[in-house]
Design a protein around this ligand. Structure first.
Ligand code: SF4
Length: 437
């Protein structure tokens, strides 16, 4: 869960890149440019397109005015898909946790953004009174409002900003850290982890300072923090060994990656039942497995990710703008059909192969691990969608359809003929050798 931090509060969190850098003793990467910008194919066209993007972004209020934090109250109250106390619930009606409370009580700057961004979705927030006074940082976006708020039973903007700014200072991923903190919170609630196990911390839901103490122990790998620092999946395996009790049912993760803060049980949010289970980025909510006639789901997202631009700037743009931009920059006339059938498929299969190959101590078996956390098959206990859960038979049907649509066999492994079509025979050879395919 060690993140690669960029500027003060932004982080590349998912995927453990910070841990990879740490293992190689790489502290930081700094770039300083002195010459001209890189050449593009059609500089006048690029300038025109940038102007068009900026104007649309300036006209579009949602992200500019409130950022994704605007979803903080809505996702819990309206769509019942926000993690609450380690996903034991996904509904709450805490109006005091709405974006207006953050805005009026804590914001000290609006229109704050990453370099050159026309949307500027960030807002600077500071706790101004009370025992948590003095915390300052990027106002938590939706994911961190959820993971460092509702998922820990914290429903005050002050507690949320306090914890979020600490997590940034510690260089942790807010999603992975918030997920493992919630996991520890539930084990404490159930008496599986005691105050003694937690080095004297009484880990009660809603206590931001208690969760902050545990987060610090994770960052320096002190006491139980050394185990929790491994992330929810590995921590669950170790605690299971330590306690002689299966605790994996409380680990809300997918192939070692903590899930994004959007539940699928109510069926009212933007994810499908197979979104996390079949994603080539495991629990990552920005690249969900989804394949429909009109929407190509993750294949479209791959263009944003490969182009290295923030997709928040693309919400208000016309559909064909990104393809024009691509051509004006690279000179390559990539059309949607070719992208979806060839280039994006190559990326998809490569990511899938890397995911399945796992690491030195972890291997994923799609027939077993392309699945939701067991909690998602339990009915929602509260809210307007109480009683709803993921239906196993429907899940299996959707998974089968998805495998077929993207060219994977019935076990979820890219088919040899599909890999050959895309010039990826080497990937097929490695998969056969390593997975006994
Ligand atoms: S680049 Fe994206 S995340 Fe950064 S300020 Fe702009 S809209 Fe927000």
């Amino acid at each position: 869960m060690a993140a690669v931090m960029a500027k003060w509060t932004h982080a590349a969190g998912y995927g453990g890149y910070g841990a990879v850098m740490g293992s190689k003793n790489l502290k930081a990467v700094v770039a300083k440019g002195t010459g001209p910008l890189p050449e593009v194919e059609d500089v006048e066209k690029v300038k025109r397109l940038i102007d068009e993007v900026c104007e649309k972004c300036y006209d579009s209020d949602l992200f500019r005015m409130w950022g994704t934090g605007a979803a903080g109250y809505e996702v819990g109250a309206r769509t019942s898909s926000e993690p609450v106390r380690n996903w034991q619930e996904e509904w709450h009606d805490q109006r005091g946790f709405g974006v207006d409370s953050f805005e009026h009580r804590l914001w000290i700057k609006r229109f704050w953004g990453d370099f050159g961004c026309p949307t500027t979705c960030l807002k600077m927030a500071m706790t101004k009174a009370g025992p948590l006074k003095g915390a300052i940082g990027d106002n938590p976006d939706y994911e961190l409002q959820a993971y460092l708020g509702t998922n820990l039973g914290i429903f005050t903007p002050e507690g949320n900003v306090y914890l979020s700014s600490l997590i940034d200072d510690l260089g942790l991923c807010g999603i992975q850290a918030g997920n493992v903190l919630g996991f520890a919170g539930e084990l404490y609630q159930r008496g599986i982890l005691t105050k003694q196990d937690l080095d004297g911390i009484e880990l009660k839901w809603g206590d931001a300072q208690a969760f902050a103490k545990l987060a610090k122990n994770i960052a320096v790998r002190r006491g139980i923090g050394d185990i929790l620092a491994e992330g929810t999946h590995r921590a669950a395996l170790k605690i299971q060994e330590m306690k002689g009790k299966d605790v994996t049912e409380y680990a809300i993760q997918e192939k070692g990656v903590a899930l994004g803060a959007h539940g699928v049980r109510s069926g009212e949010d933007y994810l499908t039942e197979i979104g996390y289970a079949c994603s080539v980025q495991a629990g990552d909510h920005t690249s969900i497995a989804h394949f429909a006639r009109r929407s190509k789901g993750e294949l479209d997202i791959m263009l944003h990710d490969s182009g290295v631009y923030c997709w928040f700037n693309m919400f208000a743009q016309r559909r064909d703008l990104k393809w024009e931009f691509f051509k004006a920059v690279t000179g390559w006339d990539v059309r949607p059909r070719r992208w979806h059938k060839t280039t994006a498929r190559r990326i998809l299969h490569l990511q899938r192969a890397l995911l399945l190959l796992g690491g030195p101590d972890l291997r994923w078996n799609p027939t077993e691990h392309d699945d939701n956390p067991s909690r998602f098959y339990e009915p929602l206990p509260s809210g307007p969608y109480a009683g709803k859960s993921v239906n196993r038979a429907k899940f299996r049907r959707l998974k089968k359809r998805y495998y077929e649509a993207v060219g994977w066999d019935e076990n979820g492994i890219p088919k040899p003929e599909e890999l050959e079509r895309l010039g990826l025979q080497e990937v097929d050879r490695i998969l056969k050798a390593k997975m006994g395919k």
